[in-house]
Design a protein around this ligand. Structure first.
Ligand SMILES: [Zn+2]
Length: 277
């Protein structure tokens, strides 16, 4: 083999190694990177590989340090902030998700270890059980951030209310959000009014008052309108809890309704008919 060809082959191999390292960085998996590197092994490439691996190890460490700083900043926000500020911060996370620039906040192993000692979630959430509404994902949040209760139709049953009282009164969430979503099957079933087997009928019964309140004049919008009416209904039910109501009165808690679009990922606030949250 002629010399230029050997140099070209080595250069190509180095390029492949570099690209693979970049991919592995994204996976954030140093052990996989090292295993792949060993598979490549030639003596000629050994020095280059070792240098790249060390560089990657350093970068990985720096990344972890950055995440830790972010985590501390979020904790400070949680302790000192107002319910309004927490709401603003939560919606900013949704905006990052919608714009496809997530920061994967608090989703790393360091955060897992931190919150294994205790939890102080900024936000409590009541959402539908629908598989298309992964709450932490749509708000770009992670371990220890959100205290989440989910059931079909995001209805406030006694057990759900008790759980949310725990999330707010005991754990200290400053924001309680009820999230309804586009194309909710539970609301659709309530609109159709057909009998359902098993205990599913209890879900429909809990949504029925929202069906009665929805605007029937616009047949195209009735589905969305009922979903939003259901959110208002559940917010009202939560407000009827003396424990939650007291927290609201003391300015320690804000209860808001929201609507999640399955098609855009956007979370928008569902206000009362008088324009308040
Ligand atoms: Zn649903």
């Amino acid at each position: 083999m002629k010399k230029p060809l050997i140099i070209l082959l080595i250069a190509t191999k180095i390029q492949i190694t570099y690209n693979q390292l970049n991919q592995m960085k994204i996976m954030n998996n140093y052990s996989v990177a090292r295993r792949k590197l060993l598979q490549l092994g030639t003596i000629a490439l050994g020095t280059t590989i070792a240098t790249k691996a060390t560089a990657f190890q350093t970068n990985s460490f720096q990344k972890q340090e950055t995440i830790k700083e972010t985590t501390i900043a979020l904790d400070t926000l949680g302790e000192n902030s107002t319910p309004e500020k927490v709401l603003e911060e939560l919606l900013l996370g949704n905006q990052r998700f919608v714009e496809n620039r997530p920061e994967s906040r608090n989703q790393d192993y360091i955060r897992l270890q931190e919150v294994s000692k205790e939890q102080k979630p900024l936000v409590s959430i009541m959402s539908c059980a629908d598989s298309r509404v992964p709450v932490e994902v749509i708000f770009d949040r992670g371990f220890g951030d959100l205290f989440v209760v989910r059931d079909a139709g995001n209805i406030a049953t006694p057990e759900e209310i008790g759980s949310l009282e725990y999330g707010t009164y005991v754990l200290g969430s400053k924001l309680l959000m009820v999230i309804g979503h586009e194309k909710c099957g539970a609301v659709k079933a309530a609109l159709e009014g057909k009998p359902l087997p098993g205990q599913m009928g209890s879900i429909i019964a809990a949504i029925q008052p929202a069906v009665n309140r929805a605007n029937k004049e616009d047949s195209e919008k009735i589905y969305t309108d009922t979903i939003k009416e259901n959110v208002r209904l559940q917010v009202k039910t939560l407000n009827s809890s003396p424990l939650l109501h007291d927290l609201v009165e003391q300015g320690k808690l804000k209860i808001v309704g929201a609507y999640y679009s399955l098609t855009t990922g956007q979370v928008s606030l569902v206000r009362n008919k008088n324009g308040e949250n």
